[in-house]
Write a protein that binds this ligand. Structure first.
Ligand SMILES: NC(=O)c1ccc[n+]([C@@H]2O[C@H](COP(=O)([O-])OP(=O)(O)OC[C@H]3O[C@@H](n4cnc5c(N)ncnc54)[C@H](OP(=O)(O)O)[C@@H]3O)[C@@H](O)[C@H]2O)c1
Length: 256
């Protein structure tokens, strides 16, 4: 009986340890819409403390989200949330992002900015509200040059962020950014939520990930809400016959 109790105590301790992250961060989730409302609870569930940054931190909607999130979550103004957090998740409307970053730039120095925003390229959609010349990721890194911007999750619908099992199989989240350590840290956070990750390269690749969002926008833009795309990246191996010789320009970039 004593041995059985000891085994049960060990099992319980191992269970608790397995659900505690190696590091618990304070994460500011800026925006309490679909993405903020999906990602905040996932951070809390994986052991981190969430501070929502909102224009209306005491509203009924945000209070309900805080209660649903748990694990010590609270809501503040965006400025206060950013000042108190280790990691800042941009889950707000792209058009509001520049003002937010510029108003809080000093409190972003040295911090990870987890960028999930999407902007479309002006060259492809010149009339689209919020279309940009380069990419949201590059612009954000430029507005807050001392921060460590990591783009991730912009290719994943909010419903899959909330419940990756709905995808019916593994989903790989591509990451881009200039700081390797920051990308590895974000990769750990994303993996803890039940996703695979693949680090692609520097922030100059952000436009590639943001372009993927166009697959959602194009049917929505013409009002075809019953014809949405649902797509996922899934890590795999290149098919036989694909090597660096088949990738145009690969030879010129071969390391010495
Ligand atoms: N929806 C998706 O599946 C999905 C997937 C990938 C990426 N994204 C990206 O994630 C970001 C958020 O998308 P979402 O779908 O969560 O949008 P949403 O439901 O419209 O929510 C956006 C939130 O941004 C905040 N916000 C701050 N300033 C604002 C302003 N001036 N006007 C309006 N809202 C403002 C609001 O939170 P407060 O009211 O609390 O201030 C609002 O709830 C976007 O950049 C989007 O491109 C979305």
């Amino acid at each position: 009986m004593i041995a059985r109790n000891i085994l049960a105590a060990i099992a319980a301790t191992l269970y608790v340890l397995s659900s505690v992250p190696a590091f618990a961060d304070v994460v500011a989730v800026i925006g309490t819409g679909r993405m903020g409302g999906a990602i905040g609870p996932r951070f809390a569930e994986t052991g981190h403390t969430v501070i929502y940054g909102s224009r209306t931190p005491t509203s009924e909607k945000v209070t309900a989200l805080v209660a649903q999130t748990g694990n010590g979550a609270r809501a503040e103004t965006s400025a206060k949330a950013i000042a108190e957090a280790d990691i800042i998740v941009l889950a707000l409307l792209w058009q509001a992002t520049e003002d937010l970053i510029k108003a809080n730039v000093d409190n972003l120095d040295g911090k990870i900015v987890f960028d999930i925003t999407n902007a479309t390229l002006k060259a492809l959609q010149p009339d689209r509200n919020g279309a940009v010349e380069s990419s949201a990721g590059e612009l954000i890194q430029g507005w807050a040059p001392k921060s460590k911007v990591v783009k991730a999750f912009n290719t994943v619908g909010y419903h899959i962020v909330a419940d990756p099992a709905q995808a019916g199989g593994p989903v790989t989240v591509p990451l881009v950014g200039n700081d390797q350590e920051a990308m590895e840290r974000v990769a750990d956070l994303v993996q803890a939520m039940g996703f695979e990750t693949m680090i692609l390269g520097g922030i100059e690749q952000a436009h590639v990930l943001e372009g993927m969002a166009s697959l959602y926008f194009v049917p929505y833009g013409s009002g075809r809400f019953d014809e949405a795309f649902e797509y996922y990246f899934r890590k795999g191996t290149a098919p036989a016959g694909i090597g660096s010789a088949q990738v145009r320009g690969a030879d010129s970039k071969k390391p010495e």
